[in-house]
Every structure is written in C-alpha cells, then in structure tokens.
Design a protein around this ligand. Sequence first.
Ligand code: NAI
Length: 301
Amino acid sequence: MSDIRFDAKVAIVTGAGGGLGRQYALELARRGAKVVVNDLGGNLDGTGGSPAAAEGVAAEIKAAGGEAIANASSVTDDAGMAAMVQQAMDAWGRIDVLIANAGILRDKSFTKMTVPDFEAVLNVHLLGTVKPTKAVWDIMRAQNYGRIVVTTSSTGLYGNFGQANYGAAKLGLIGFINTLKLEGQKNNIHANAISPVAGTRMTESLVTPEVFKAIAPQYVMPGVIYLASDAAPSGAILAAGGGAFALARMYETEGVHLAPADLSAEAVRDNWARIGDEAGQQAYAAGGEQGQKFFRKMAGG
Ligand code: NAI
C-alpha cells in the first residue's frame, strides 16, 4: 500500500503549540501538508496567552523545510477563527483537514465546581471545536473534500472524578460528529474523533516520568494522521495511547416492548434484566435506526 501523503493539502491544527497538537502539526507537515499552527499559548486552566507557542512550532516546521502559518487566536473567538481560515485561504487557497485539539482543564468535584469553571471548559472544548469547524465547513463542501478530527476523552465516554465539565464537553463532541458524518457524506467530508492518552502538561502530574515517556504524544499521532487522510472512515471514535489503538462505540440493546395493558413503572423495574440483555445489541449509524426498532417492536417484530 502507498504511503499516506498530504501534498497540496492544507491542514489547520488547533492547540498545536505543544503536546499532542504539536506532534500532529509536525507530522502533517513532514508528509507534505501546509499547516496552520493555532495556539493561544495560555495556561492549562485557559488563562493567559502568548503567540510564542504557535510561532515556535511553525518555526520548527519551516526549519524542517515545510510550510506553516502561526496563529494565536483563541478557538473560542468566532471572528478570530474566521480570520484564521481566511489567512489560510489567502495563502494557500483551500482547507482539507481540521484537527480540533485545543483544550484546557478546570478539574474539581462537582460540589466545588463553579458555573464559570463549567462554562470555560465547555467553551474551549465544545464551542472551540464548533467555531473553527463552522469556519471551514462551507469551504470543504465547495471543495467536495474535508477531514475533520475532534478530540474526545475517556472522561467524556466513561466519566472521571472531578471532570463533570470536561466530560460534558468531550461527549458533546461525539454528538457533534455523529451529525457531521451524516451531513458531510455527500460532499466527501469525514468527521471522526480521537480519544487520546498521552504524556503532556495535562497529565504530567498524574503519572511517573517513565510512564510519561512511554505514552508520549507520538504514540497517538499515527491514529490521527490516518483519521485526517483520504482513507479515513467517518464517525469513528479512535482511542489511542502508548501504541495501543481501539474503537469506542455506543451500543443499544434490543430491549423489550411492553403492551399497553402491561405498561407501568413496575413492569420496567421487573423487566430491567431483559431491557439490558446484550443479545442482539447494535451500534446504530443514525438516530432514526432507534425509532425504526421501536416501530418494529410496536408492530410485534
Ligand atoms: P496541552 O495542554 O499540551 O495542549 C492543549 C493546547 O491547547 C495547549 O497548547 C494550549 O495552549 C491550547 N489551547 C488551550 N486553549 C486554547 C484556546 N482557547 N485557543 C487555542 N488554543 C488553546 O494538552 P494535550 O494533552 O496535548 O491536549 C490536547 C487535546 O487532547 C485536548 O483537547 C485534551 O483535552 C485532549 N486529551 C488529552 C489527553 C491526554 O492524556 N493528554 C486525554 C484525553 C484528551
């Protein structure tokens, strides 16, 4: 099989001034892409900002012979995202890949979490993915080509103590791509999610130096490069860390149908094991498939 290449392609990577995003940007450029390196250059909690982070990675790309533009707008800034996309269009005339990777943390148990802490995290992860996606969407439609990778997390998929804000934002992104994969289909726009585990400033206080090295961002990067490539699937949630790769999926059980005469809270309680029986469970490709099952069951099927 041929190598994955991005020659003549243009990619935007948000939050690419460090950690995972930097790794994605460097590799896209190494494989021929022209890259917009976006990063606000702030602190882990979203405060502060400096163009140095984005400029540093753009300089690394150029030093290696690649083409890059540094951009220090916040992903939460509508006008800033539109201007970033315009900057790329003026320079290179198209946008093929968007990797929405920027992120912050405001971890606290829900009891101690303020609404502003919740909003800040939702804004950066969820709306900070929606805004750059909105800015590239019509361009990708007009080109009949686009690859969008959003960044979810095991916290969104499964939960984690102290991260109610982050988890809500991260699973929101799965809802987002579930619809984009449908709406993008006829224009060859594929939307996928990466659920990474990596040693970055987000995780360095949680693991030993040995583990930190063993889960370096370069072990996640190949999965994201594939999701950004021509051959990418659509609607996949790829979990990756330390060289391990797996797909996360949501399944729904076949369930039971209660006839009107049996319909009660007690019947739901008493049928709980059957409702949850995994035999025949399915991963649906669109929300309507759930409704079709209900109508089939209502008709006695
Ligand atoms: P990181 O902190 O090194 O990278 C995040 C980057 O986003 C930083 O360079 C930061 O300056 C930038 N950023 C933050 N707010 C921004 C804004 N408003 N506009 C533009 N840039 C902004 O951390 P890491 O680990 O590389 O995180 C990358 C993504 O992966 C994040 O979305 C994170 O939530 C996600 N993730 C990471 C995991 C891990 O194990 N490291 C686990 C699950 C998800």
